[in-house]
Design a protein around this ligand. Structure first.
Ligand code: SF4
Length: 402
């Protein structure tokens, strides 16, 4: 049964709770749900019901298409001046001699090590330390662009930008414009956690607050640029905090349209100061993806990091509103594994990713950071399936060795 027929069937179910039926009718009509209705979905929407609604929206927007990209990560340091309770990078639990602090040259060597790889994006994010200041990052972005101009630089969050702009005494608008000039292409969605101060004060007290996070994204969007947004869920927040979080994002998106993707991040409890807090179940994770898809009607994409939630849950999530499962070539990121993610060495080849998506009955498409199609894998046959056929790699030019 296709997504529309399933929703029609659900709407005809006389035994369905009246309020839930009204929400389903709104979704069918393409109408926005309000905060009260969003909360009701968390409180009363069971998994099957939420899946029907979220999948209807997903398929209306994207059909079976499921995106992934080929990128690598640079994490300048795993030390941090802040002390977020959920973070395995926090200064209180990480002694300096356990950590790394990469130099500019080391980071550029990481970029050079991908010269012959068909990656389209470098994702740069890590802890906050004083030596990684505005000048450092501008030099880094400039050097990456000089070396490989078409490599998309997706780097740093408002947490870093707020910190380095304050130190450099520049306002957000000036700072972000300077970053753009240096080579920054887009901003990842991190650092959002939970916006409401009641929770943020407890888990991420000192870093940028909700208003600052949103303001930096707004400034970035006004430069004609794009970014993503996240929500760290499943710890001490309540459902209404999640709705409050998404409502703030939805309002900003109405103003700017600059967000591309929403990424719910599951709280993991390994080696951090919130290890006593139990993690959410897979059912709760899927419900959360679905409600995100339903609530954020102005966000084009909902993404699940397969490395964080496991390959199997990522496959399941494709039926609950998710249309992007990210995609790393190797285990260049330690952020997930240090926090206790399912994948301790996240490595998946393009073929494995494509098969993972196909096996979930979806249509794999490799994208670049801005969701332009690199390769449509619908009918691609891999080399060893059809001898003599070349794999369709997208090579970016490398200009020099500096
Ligand atoms: S979440 Fe980010 S800002 Fe907070 S301690 Fe970890 S690395 Fe630092």
């Amino acid at each position: 049964m296709d997504a529309e027929r399933k929703l029609t069937f659900l709407l005809e179910n006389k035994r369905l709770d009246g309020a839930l039926s009204a929400i389903a009718a709104k979704v069918y009509a393409g109408e926005r749900i309000n905060e009260e209705e969003g909360l009701l979905l968390y409180e009363r929407g069971e998994l099957g019901y939420l899946g029907v609604l979220a999948n209807f929206i997903r398929e209306k927007r994207h059909g079976a298409v499921t995106y992934f990209n080929r990128n690598f990560h640079i994490e300048p340091t795993n030390l941090c001046v802040y002390d977020c309770k959920f973070c395995s990078y926090s200064r209180l639990i990480k002694h300096r001699d356990d950590g790394w602090e990469a130099t500019m040259e080391e980071m550029l060597n990481q970029v050079r090590s991908y010269d012959n790889e068909p990656v389209t994006e470098v994702h740069i994010v890590g802890g906050v330390l004083p030596q990684y200041n505005m000048a450092f990052y501008m030099d880094l972005f400039t050097a990456i662009k000089r070396h490989r101009p078409n490599l998309h630089v997706k780097a740093l969050t408002p947490v870093e930008y707020h910190y380095i702009f304050k130190k450099a005494k520049v306002d957000y608008a000036t700072g972000m414009a300077m970053m753009k000039d240096a080579g920054l292409d887009s901003m990842p969605g991190g650092g959002a956690e939970i916006f409401h101060p009641e929770i943020r004060e407890q888990i991420a007290k000192d870093k940028c607050n909700a208003e600052q996070w949103l303001q930096i994204h707004e400034v970035w969007h006004r430069l004609g640029m794009h970014s993503n947004a996240t929500m760290l869920y499943g710890h001490i927040e309540q459902y209404w905090h999640r709705i409050d979080h998404m409502e703030r994002l939805r309002r900003l998106q109405d103003k700017t349209g600059g967000f591309q993707t929403f990424i719910p991040l599951k709280f993991r409890n390994k080696d951090n100061q919130m290890s006593h807090v139990p993690e959410t179940t897979v059912v709760e994770d899927l419900r959360n993806y679905a409600i995100s898809r339903i609530y954020l009607d102005n966000f084009p994409h909902i993404k699940a990091y397969w490395a964080m939630i496991s390959r199997e849950t990522a496959q399941l999530a494709l039926g609950f509103g998710v249309n992007d499962i990210d995609g790393t070539l190797d285990d260049t990121t330690k952020i997930y594994s240090m926090a206790g993610a399912e994948e301790q060495h996240p490595a998946m080849s393009t073929r494995e990713l494509v098969e993972l998506i196909r096996n979930a009955g979806r249509h794999p498409v490799e994208r670049d950071t801005l969701y332009r199609v690199i390769t449509d894998y619908k009918d691609v046959v891999f080399e060893d399936e059809q001898p003599g056929k070349q794999s369709r790699y997208y090579q970016l030019p490398v200009l020099n060795d500096k």
